[in-house]
Every structure is written in C-alpha cells, then in structure tokens.
Design a protein around this ligand. Structure first.
Ligand SMILES: [Zn+2]
Length: 272
C-alpha cells in the first residue's frame, strides 16, 4: 500500500513496506510543493525542460532540506533511456555531475539516489537485510532492455542479495489507460513471452496500450522477486496531472517529478 504524506509543502507517496524500515528514507514526490510556475508548477526538478533554472534549483534544495539529505549528496542521473547501471561504493568520491546512466546502486549511508520522471516508471529497490539500495528509470526503452531485471541481477551478483530480501517500489507512471504506442514500439516487446499481458490491442488500428508498470513487475517476478515484495503506485500520471507531471498527457511541455531513496547512517559524523 502507498499513502500520501507531507513534508513542508512537498506532497509525496510512500510505500508502507519501505516505511517500516527504520534505516531508510524514501519518497515518490508528486508535483505538489515547490515554486516553479506553469506549466512546470510546482516541484519541477527537470533541468532539460524550459523552467527557470533558479526555480528548479530551489526546488531541489527544498527536496534536500525536507528529506534531510546532506549537502552534495543527492545523486541524480543524466538519464538516457539506456540500461547502464552505476555503483557508488563506500569511499568513492561522489560524482559532481549526474552520471550518464539509468540505474544507480549503493550500500553507502547518507547518499540519496534520485530519479526524474514524467510518465516513465521510477523504480526504488532495497535489500532490507544487506542494506543496499537502488534507483532506476524505466521508460519503454529501458523496460525493453530489461533494466529492472538487470538491477536485480546486480544486487544478487555484487551484494549476494537474496531475491526474497529485495523490496521494490514501482512509482507513478503513465497507465495502460493512456499509454498508446505504435507498431514499431510494440515490435520491440514482441520477443517477450508475456508481452500479450502488458501490451494489449487498442481500439485503434495498429495501436497498442502499454502497461509499463506491469511489464517491469513481470520482469522482476521472472528474476525471482516474490510478488508480495513488489508494490506499485496505482495512479496514472496522465490521468492525474493535478498530482503528477505527464509528458504524454501535457503534450510534451511539463516538468519532472523526483523519486528518491537513501540509507541512514553515521558516515557524515565519522568523517567530520
Ligand atoms: Zn491514464
């Protein structure tokens, strides 16, 4: 189950499962809060849209303040709709610019991983036993490349995670009610055995309705994650533009919402 919560002016969704872990901060932020003006109102964190730079930078500061993220420790990505996944190891210098990738994994406390979306699926991961976290961005290209399954594979290979210990939050994304795709996009998924479940024919000829959230869920189930460990937000970003930015729903002129995850820790204090 997800529930709405408020920090300062920021309204966000939190997973009931994740919230039970006392070593974790996480949030799927809505667009509510922040200072950006229309059509980016209000908590836009996208730097590639035509919002005023000072506004989205101030929004990011508001996010860091609200979720108690130490200075310089919110790591965003230069998302490129690929399947590259980067690590942040303990002791590594933190990237000064967002790394070019669509997935980040760390076991380092006090470092927040953030994803920016407006219809694509934000995925947050936690191994609740080994205390490893991950964040990934899955649009149709990333989903077709299997980025969710690759995240699980890295948790297993690199951190010896057991699938039953990994919990996943599937954030607000465009729903199958609104996400119509054409034959070339549908064809990318045709090799997947369960594509018929998440790509259903639209009433229009040569069009399909894609359920990205379900496609990612199926991928993670196939990777061994138990179904009860995967919680998905039910809201469609295009249907609920009062709550979320939607690229498709807005005709391409809108902001980006942020989803974030961070392990709590003593690292800052020890290094001080
Ligand atoms: Zn919809």
């Amino acid at each position: 189950m997800f529930r709405f919560a408020l920090r300062g002016t920021i309204e966000y969704l939190e997973s009931g499962k994740f919230s039970a872990l006392d070593f974790l901060t996480h949030a799927f932020c809505t667009r509510i809060g922040g200072i950006s003006r229309q059509p980016y109102d209000g908590l836009n964190v996208g730097d590639l849209v035509r919002d005023r730079k000072e506004d989205f930078l101030q929004n990011l500061e508001m996010v860091k303040d609200s979720f108690l993220i130490p200075a310089g420790r919110l790591i965003l990505m230069k998302q490129i709709h690929g399947d590259r996944i980067n690590f942040i190891e303990k002791g590594d210098p933190l990237p000064e610019e967002p790394p070019e990738c669509d997935g980040l994994i760390t076991d380092r406390p006090g470092v927040a991983l953030g994803i920016r979306t407006a219809d694509c699926v934000p995925l947050l991961f936690v191994d609740r036993i080994r205390r490893v976290i991950g964040a990934a961005h899955a649009g149709w290209r990333g989903t077709a490349l299997g980025i969710a399954a690759q995240m699980v594979a890295i948790f297993k290979d690199r951190f010896s995670s057991r699938p039953e210990d990994i919990w996943v939050g599937v954030g607000p994304a465009i729903g199958s009610c609104c996400y119509e795709v054409d034959a070339p996009v549908r064809a990318v998924f045709s090799a997947m055995p369960d594509a018929g479940l998440f790509a259903r024919p639209s009433p229009k000829q040569d069009r399909w309705m894609l359920d990205l959230s379900l496609a990612n869920r199926l991928q993670m189930l196939a990777a061994g994650i138990p179904g009860e460990n995967i919680q998905a937000v039910a809201h469609c970003t295009a249907c609920r533009q009062d709550l979320f930015f939607s690229h498709r729903g807005s005709g391409g002129c809108t902001g980006r919402q942020i989803s974030l995850i961070m392990l709590h820790g003593e690292e800052e204090r020890k290094n001080a």
